[in-house]
Design a protein around this ligand. Structure first.
Ligand SMILES: [Zn+2]
Length: 265
């Protein structure tokens, strides 16, 4: 059974528990997946998620997204080589003007939706979003979240593994694989993970030569733009005020890194 199908089995059992247990702080940063699992999960889910999307293939925005991603990934590779060098990073700009979102799958496969470009404003504004997403991948929040789900599932369904190997279940789980791919990008991360991605993301953008001070303005614009949609950038996020406060705390170190990166250019 492939990784997505296994994920589907675990996810269907864990879905109910997840609605009851939104965060499980005692587990900390526990992750029982290998870094290579992150890469495999992302590589399987990526085509599934993009299959029905219109991908922008040319133009100024397309060039900006590619250039920006290249610079940020280079920074992530330098700062977090043990994980970032194991990923085959990719990005697609998706034509959906009403979708104010971006995501990065485990393993570094990313999507940026055209709807976020007006809020990003410019390349530096978009660097805030993309560095945050890249940090979710290098910090391995996706498989950390799956680990938590898996453990919860095992708590309520000790027999799930054996049950998952019969033919009928195999068929069902294959049908669920597409849902599982979508869950990879629709289930929320915890608030701690969001703060962690913000802080690490600031260092990536600073290192790549983008002014990290842009993060404050970006999240202010996001907070006035946010609607009811459960997108990655809006979901279970720390309250906007708290988030911006934490970003301000992390800024001095990031500004120093930014100035160093300017000096070395
Ligand atoms: Zn996030």
């Amino acid at each position: 059974m492939n990784l997505l199908a296994r994920l589907a089995v675990k996810t269907s059992a864990a879905a109910l528990v997840l609605t009851l247990v939104p965060a499980c702080g005692i587990l900390g940063n526990l992750n029982h997946y290998q870094v290579s699992d992150d890469a495999a999960l992302g590589a399987e889910a990526y085509p599934e998620l993009l299959a029905s999307e219109t991908v922008v293939q040319s133009g100024a925005d397309h060039r900006m997204v590619n250039r920006l991603t290249q610079r940020l990934v280079a920074a992530a590779r330098e700062l977090d080589p043990a994980v970032a060098n194991q990923f085959d990073w990719e990005v697609r700009l998706v034509e959906q003007d009403e979708v104010v979102n971006a995501w990065c799958l485990p393993g570094g496969k990313m999507a940026v939706f055209t709807g976020i470009l007006p809020i990003a404003g410019d390349e530096t504004g978009l660097a805030v979003v993309m560095s945050h997403e890249i940090a979710h991948a290098t910090l391995r929040h996706g498989t950390e979240r799956l680990t938590r789900q898996d453990l919860l599932t095992q708590l309520i369904e000790a027999g799930a593994e054996a049950y998952a190997d019969d033919a009928e279940t195999k068929q069902q789980t294959e049908a669920l694989a597409s849902d599982a791919a979508h869950l990879l990008v629709s289930l929320p991360f915890g608030r701690d993970a969001e703060i962690e991605a913000d802080t690490r993301g600031l260092m990536y953008m600073a290192h790549a030569g983008y002014d990290p001070r842009a993060a404050v303005g970006f999240w202010e614009r996001m907070s006035s733009a946010s609607g009811p949609a459960p997108f990655e950038l809006f979901s279970t996020h720390p309250s906007d005020e708290r988030r911006i406060e934490r970003i301000r705390e992390a800024l001095p170190a990031a500004i120093e890194a930014y100035e160093q990166s300017l000096g070395s250019r």
